[in-house]
Design a protein around this ligand. Sequence first.
Ligand SMILES: C[S@@+](CC[C@H](N)C(=O)[O-])C[C@H]1O[C@@H](n2cnc3c(N)ncnc32)[C@H](O)[C@@H]1O
Length: 328
Amino acid sequence: MAGALAAAVSDLYRTFAEREAHGRSELYEALARGVAADPAMLAFLVDLPPPKRQPNLLFAAVQLLAGAPRDWPHFQALVRERGDEVRSTMLARRTQTNEPARCATLLPVLSRLPQPLALLEIGAAAGLCLLPDRYGYEFDGASLPPTVTGRVPPPTFRCRTSGAGPRAGSLRVAWRAGLDLEPIAVGDDAQVAWLEALVWPDEGERLARLRAAVRVAREDPPPVVRGDLRVDVAALAAQAPASATLVIFHTAVLAYVGDAGERAEFAGSVRRLGAVWISNEAPSVFPELAARARGRRPPGWFLLSVDGEPVAWTDPHGAALEWIESRR
Ligand SMILES: C[S@@+](CC[C@H](N)C(=O)[O-])C[C@H]1O[C@@H](n2cnc3c(N)ncnc32)[C@H](O)[C@@H]1O
């Protein structure tokens, strides 16, 4: 039994090395291949509950405790020497990567809705995607300043687009709130350190973007309420002003709800609230939506859909968007 579990975890890390890290991070590819072939590391992971065995959680825990490892032998030594701390960090935390640049792929659909908006983000982490009006953008080289400017310089998110779709414009946000199992307080340095540890070490630009977005958010933090998307959406939505267009959106969240029936129930509950529903998720999350999306399907990208209609493929970090030709 333990042998079968170790083999499954080894497969998980090998697949991560091949599909997620290859071509993106030499370090994480080497670490994942190292873990996949190391019986001691596999035994360490098998001892954890299944959701806690993920590569991103292990690598972020080590980065939080000791900074970026130099290479596989250094990583292996760190886990051997500080295994108890790595384990307790993995048990206490969850993968909560908050990628504010995803706002670039949401903005074109948000800005064409009747304004003002009431933005309710599900799985908001620190709420950095709740501030699309407070960042700058560059779409295909054309700049778009923030709708609302504060005292600190906003980050600029660059996004390449292709195909025919709505142009991004300004937004009026009347109300905003997030829901998360484990909200992250942007004002708390220790919690922000966890967000930073989740950024892969070779992705310095992402770290700079994250830090700039955290500075913007700290000026006027978006409220993120503790709750579960399976039960708590309606109560939070009821607080939105009726005079604004209620938008319920989520990016990179629903994959954490493992049961397809629960995901369908969530989607149904959002539709019953009469909100505009924006989903930006891996295509496997709602396969029936992905099956209706025409054209090229860039590997590893998310599917952006509005009210159950696929509208675009999006780079998971917001760097690009390909509009999907409409069937109508
Ligand atoms: C990968 S993060 C994405 C954060 C943000 N949406 C973004 O795109 O940057 C996923 C978030 O979903 C939250 N989450 C996972 N399952 C949830 C649930 N059942 N209810 C509420 N939040 C959940 C996690 O706590 C985490 O903060």
